[in-house]
Design a protein around this ligand. Sequence first.
Ligand code: PEP
Ligand code: MN
Length: 367
Amino acid sequence: METMTTIPALSSWDIYKKRPLLMTGPCSAETEEQVMATASALVKAGKVDVFRAGIWKPRTRPNSFEGVGAAGLKWLKQVKQEFGIPIGTEVATEKHVYEALKFGVDVLWVGARTTVNPFAVQEIANALQGVDVMVMVKNPINPELELWVGAIERIMKAGVSHVAAIHRGFSSYEKTAFRNQPQWQIPIDLRQRMPGLPLICDPSHIGGKRTYLADIAQEAMDLNFDGLMLETHIDPDNAWSDKQQQLTPEGLTALLDGLVLRDEDTSDSKFVSTIDELRSQIDIFDDQLLDILERRMQVAKTIGEYKKKHNITVLQTNRWQEIVNKAIRKAETKGLSHEFISVILKAIHQESIANQMKIMNEADSRA
Ligand code: PEP
Ligand code: MN
């Protein structure tokens, strides 16, 4: 039987403080040679803080490659010993946790298909009681913030002190260019809910194709994410899983070297006063927008009363189409995008209809 590794515990790696934290390595561990060659190239390029490799792969359909299983943990341990870097893998059951810990895995992550299931997350949390590892929780496959928060809370309640979240995008039924929709608002909301929690972006599973990865990674950096998980394989075209989205170590290096890293804040007083001045202008415009919306809604309500009195339906499709067309034409001359104006008008219209419906259905003295 394998004995507990004597390699240093998580605290001595200090990876928690590294920005951006780079979690790179193949989608799946396939063979000892593939794991060692990939790790060696990443270490040589200086592009790995945690070496990732999937050992147990949750696949959507049967008959896909489902991972090499516990056998691959030996290769991960070898990476840790040979190159002195922390290792990480996905766990989906209590048994996975025990196996991974036995081989000294430093970073465990809960996959998107597991985060959706509170029973599975709780089982993992129970197996982690009192263990000094880092646990990362991927977002659930469906766009639901509460489920993500709940899974993170379960892991935290188990006493794990190093917890992080991984944003890997959300499934949709429609076929889209990206494999999963980023829906950036959701990780931004998570950050508001759990301000100190490190947030890692996984462009590989969002993009699904190599060509999209750089833009997604840059967007994550611009949104002040703390790290990146990027699948990297010594020979992506012959990978046993996710071949279209894996980078070569050279491709990864080019991507990372091309990223523009910006500071979240600065003490430069000229910058601070300029931004303050511009922000106060934004605040004034936001106030004005609210006033205008309030006044517009008042008029919509008055129209609602009037329609009710004259027994006219709430919705007049032609009138609405006219408003939208006119606004879009005007918006174009002002450099405001079609999509933006459509979304805003739709929201305003929905609120007007909701208000008018309320008026129509109020039990009163309709003659
Ligand atoms: C993975 O990281 O290889 C993986 C399976 O990710 P996800 O859970 O995001 O699909
Ligand atoms: Mn993958």
